[in-house]
Design a protein around this ligand. Structure first.
Ligand code: SF4
Ligand code: MG
Length: 333
């Protein structure tokens, strides 16, 4: 299938001032992956691992430090403000907090219609018609157009946010933890809505969440992030059934087990120690301070992305020369 997005060796470093000394936060470090047309790519990892920074750098909300972002085959990192305009329409974002992301002083109609106004699309009349259509698509009533955000529940506000995002007919949306702030009972409804929209439009999503359970159902493929690095990429099924990277194993073993039949087979891996700071990441593999399987090499060299079947895993245990050792360790889920 065709790729809508190709990220190549993308890096985003932030300079921060702590006291007198400027320091560098290595938020996104040498990340490569692609998203296919009509695909949902789930991005998981603990908070602070760089998921949101990666999402925002892909949209050039943050300027990349290095690397390429190919959208429909075109590298957008070098485009001027003006050249970026059509891409600003096609690349959109849904935010985590449905309370903070909607301006309380504007009506729902103004909020949803604003992106079209900014981009000079249509007339006031056609825009209003489109807003009413969008309200229906997201499961709200067309006459909600004159109401204010505070009159709606959290789930409804997230629907308003989604309608606003859809106003420009985007091709790719970064969904930054869009359900984390919602009641569990509402989460599935928003996921279903996003899936219905995808089926109807062929849109692609980068879906960010902090636990695998949340992305498993909506994602076709999953990327696991740790300390600014993409440590594993595979199909949702593969990663969920048999995570390869030691960090993915630990992340998954920490999830509640809904099916008691799998409980016997699932061994909990408790991670010791804190996540290191992205200001002072460890030398070598970023996971070496907490990894139960670390070998000498892990402490001075960064593991390459090794291909295992149709998966990508950044861990020395999957280097051909460690194959035998890996079998002896009998690493299991
Ligand atoms: Fe653990 Fe080494 Fe693999 Fe890193 S490269 S995850 S430290 S075994
Ligand atoms: Mg975040």
């Amino acid at each position: 299938e065709e790729n809508v997005l190709e990220v190549k060796r993308l890096t985003k470093f932030f300079e921060v001032n702590r006291g007198m000394k400027p320091q560098v936060v290595q938020a996104v470090n040498d990340i490569s992956f692609e998203v296919k047309k009509g695909e949902t790519f789930g991005l998981v990892g603990e908070s602070g691992c760089g998921k949101s920074s990666l999402g925002r750098t892909i949209l050039r909300i943050y300027e990349p430090t290095n690397g390429e972002i190919l959208f429909d085959g075109k590298d957008i990192t070098k485009l001027s403000r003006k050249q970026m305009l059509p891409y600003r329409q096609k690349l959109q974002m849904i935010f985590q907090d449905p309370y903070a992301s909607l301006n309380p002083r504007f009506t729902v109609g103004e909020i949803i219609g604003e992106p079209m106004e900014i981009h000079n699309i249509g007339t006031p009349k056609t825009r209003q018609k489109k807003v009413q259509e969008l309200l229906e698509i997201v499961g709200l009533k067309p006459d909600h157009i004159r109401r204010y955000p505070h009159e709606f529940s959290g789930g409804q506000r997230q629907r308003i946010g989604i309608a606003r995002t859809l106003a420009l007919d985007p091709e790719f949306i970064v969904c930054d933890e869009p359900i984390s702030a919602l009641d569990v009972s509402i989460q599935a409804q928003v996921i279903n809505l996003l899936e219905d929209i995808q089926k109807a439009t062929g849109i692609s999503y980068l879906f960010i969440a902090h636990d695998l359970g949340m992305v498993k159902h909506i994602s076709h493929r999953i990327g696991v992030m740790y300390l600014g690095h993409m440590v594993e990429v595979g199909t949702s099924n593969d990663v969920y059934k048999k995570p390869l990277h030691p960090y993915s194993k630990a992340l998954l073993s920490a999830e509640p087990i809904p099916d008691p039949n799998t409980a016997r087979r699932k061994k909990r891996i408790l991670l010791e120690g804190e996540i290191p700071s992205p200001i002072n990441p460890p030398k070598g593999c970023p996971f070496n301070t907490r990894c139960p399987y670390a070998v000498a090499e892990c402490f001075h060299q960064m593991p390459a992305n090794f291909k295992v079947d149709n998966r990508q895993v950044s861990c020395f245990l999957y280097a051909p020369k460690y194959l035998r050792m890996r079998e002896n360790l009998s690493i299991e889920n």
